[in-house]
Design a protein around this ligand. Structure first.
Ligand code: FAD
Length: 298
């Protein structure tokens, strides 16, 4: 990261919240479930599937985790009632992982059971390394009992290849680079190194016959993925691409036009600010827009 970008990113916390909201609103459907429904319906009309995420991370009070469970139950009822092509993504720390693992597992189980009632699916997002073991334990246990749940694996983690080897037959995974800042002792750090491990991990997943959500906006990785899909003769139903709402809509259209299945991650909720800050920190290009908007008084 250049010195200028570094300065931009460290300066972000002092940027006024309404300004961050204005620039970052493209990454978030809105504050309510009705906003998410509107965005997902639009995506479905464009030929994309969706995964709905209720915004929020790490709660320390049980009531908040239980409120998030209720919200997710409502999301599944709404997806069914509105006839949307969408599953959901959940964050274990929002569902109480840092309070107590078994409390969190019970909360996730209620969501997975609800999804099962509707013939739908739950993707468990992967958070920082302090949560990886517990998240995978919860996944393995619930997968064995319900089947309609899958984890996310991060290509920057050195352990990912062995996590792939341990995935149960018939399970599905989302493969992403990883968004948290992890120590070098456990994570690959170089940009090209992470790309290389992503390709390696994807090929392993394909060889194992695991349905993979190829989550990236990196054109190089997209191109490598298309090459692997071709090389292994995968059919359209055997994988999907995944992208975040508001990021590189052109690439999204290119992939859909190329005949690939594509799912868009659609976050909504009142907790949009921390999510937006993370997106902004991750991509200094977006931080530049904030700066421009500040300087031009918009
Ligand atoms: C559907 C989905 C789900 C994800 N779930 C998780 C998860 O559970 N756990 C986790 O750790 N990470 C998750 N991530 C984030 C992921 O790990 C990466 O941090 C993120 O996708 C950026 O990596 P990239 O592969 O797109 O490549 P990059 O090289 O970072 O990006 C490629 C290009 O895409 C554009 N771009 C990328 N990100 C953004 C952005 N935020 N805003 C604007 N433009 C951008 C830029 O133009 C950039 O040059 C998810 C990503 C996606 C797409």
């Amino acid at each position: 990261m250049s010195m200028f970008n570094r300065l931009l990113v460290t300066g972000l916390p002092v940027v006024p919240k309404p300004l961050v909201g204005k620039v970052a609103s493209r990454y978030v459907a809105g504050e309510t479930l009705a906003d998410a429904v509107r965005v997902v319906r639009n995506l479905n009309q464009q030929g994309a599937m969706a995964t709905i995420d209720v915004l929020g991370e790490e709660v320390s009070e049980r009531e908040k985790a239980l409120a998030a469970v209720e919200e997710y139950l409502q999301v599944f009822d709404t997806i069914a009632a509105e006839g949307l092509d969408s599953n959901v993504s959940i964050k274990p720390t929002l569902l109480g992982l840092k309070i107590d693992e078994s409390f969190c597992r019970d909360n996730i189980e209620r969501i997975v059971a609800k999804a099962k009632e509707h013939g739908n699916f739950v993707r468990i997002d992967m958070e920082d390394n302090t949560t990886t073991d517990a998240t995978l334990r919860i996944f393995h246990e619930l997968y064995a009992r319900y089947g309609n749940v899958g984890p996310v694996l991060q290509a920057y983690m050195r352990r990912t290849l062995s996590d792939i080897a341990a995935l149960p037959e018939g399970s599905t995974v989302r493969l992403c680079k990883g968004i948290y800042v992890e120590p070098r002792t456990i994570a690959w750090k170089g940009f090209e190194t992470v790309r290389a491990n992503y390709v390696r991990a994807l090929e392993k997943l394909i060889e194992r016959g695991i349905y993979t959500g190829i989550a990236t906006h990196d054109e190089y990785l997209t191109c490598r993925a298309v090459g692997l899909i071709d090389k292994h003769g995968l059919k359209r139903e055997q994988y999907e691409f995944q992208m975040l709402l508001g990021v590189d809509e052109e690439l999204r259209r290119i992939l859909i036009a190329g005949g690939h299945r594509l799912r868009v991650y659609v976050p909504y909720g009142r907790d949009w600010y921390p999510y937006s800050m993370r997106r902004l920190r991750e991509n200094p290009e977006v931080a530049r827009h904030v700066l421009k908007a500040m300087l031009s008084g918009r």
